[in-house]
Design a protein. Structure first.
Length: 193
């Protein structure tokens, strides 16, 4: 008998009886947590740049040794490699977004909000900071806890980001300010003549 004033049933899981699964880096199904999402996205970005770097290291010396006639063909080859790599990165990134949204018990269709300005910033922050559903949800079993490797990769990526934004970025900005000041001085010198 269905009683509208009955207390809701609690979804209590017995310790050791929770369904979990081990997420995989190149999988497009299942759920992933915040830390794993961040590490997977950073790993995918590094993999993309590695592929482009290796392709450039192989193709560019061949172009330079072949002369002017091969520059067009080499540029087409590099463009093709970059396009294929970019499409692969976009598919995997979208898959990670869907998996992360599924972890917070939201539809993967919300990932289309990444195409809307301002909404993409909000969605990005939600995916990075909102805790996932505890236990199984309508999108599957909960992922296992983060391994030591995932935690170490997270710390390394954070240190690299802090190193870039804390050290390299200010140096770059200072050099840019110096460059723009010199350009203004040269422009003033030319305007006097």
């Amino acid at each position: 008998m269905n009683q509208p004033y009955q207390a809701p049933n609690a979804d209590v899981a017995v310790a050791g009886n929770q369904d979990t699964y081990q997420p995989k880096f190149l999988s497009l199904s299942g759920r992933i947590g915040r830390m794993r999402y961040f590490v997977y996205a950073a790993g995918l970005t590094l993999l993309f740049y590695l592929v482009l770097g290796v392709a450039a290291a192989v193709v560019i010396p061949g172009i330079m040794s072949a002369g002017d006639s091969a520059i067009g063909a080499g540029a087409m080859i590099m463009g093709l490699i970059a396009t294929v790599a970019f499409i692969g990165v976009m598919v995997m990134s979208w898959g990670y977004m869907v998996r992360r949204l599924n972890d917070i018990n939201a539809s993967g269709w919300l990932s289309l909000l990444m195409l809307v300005p301002i909404a993409n910033l909000v969605l990005g922050l939600v995916m990075l900071f909102k805790r996932g559903s505890v236990g199984s949800n309508q999108y599957g079993a909960a992922p296992v806890g983060n391994s030591g490797g995932v935690k170490a990769a997270f710390v390394i990526v954070l240190l690299l980001m802090v190193g870039y934004f804390g050290v390299l970025f200010p140096i770059t900005m200072a050099n840019y300010a110096q460059y723009s000041q010199q350009a203004q001085m040269q422009q003033m010198d030319y305007s006097e003549y």
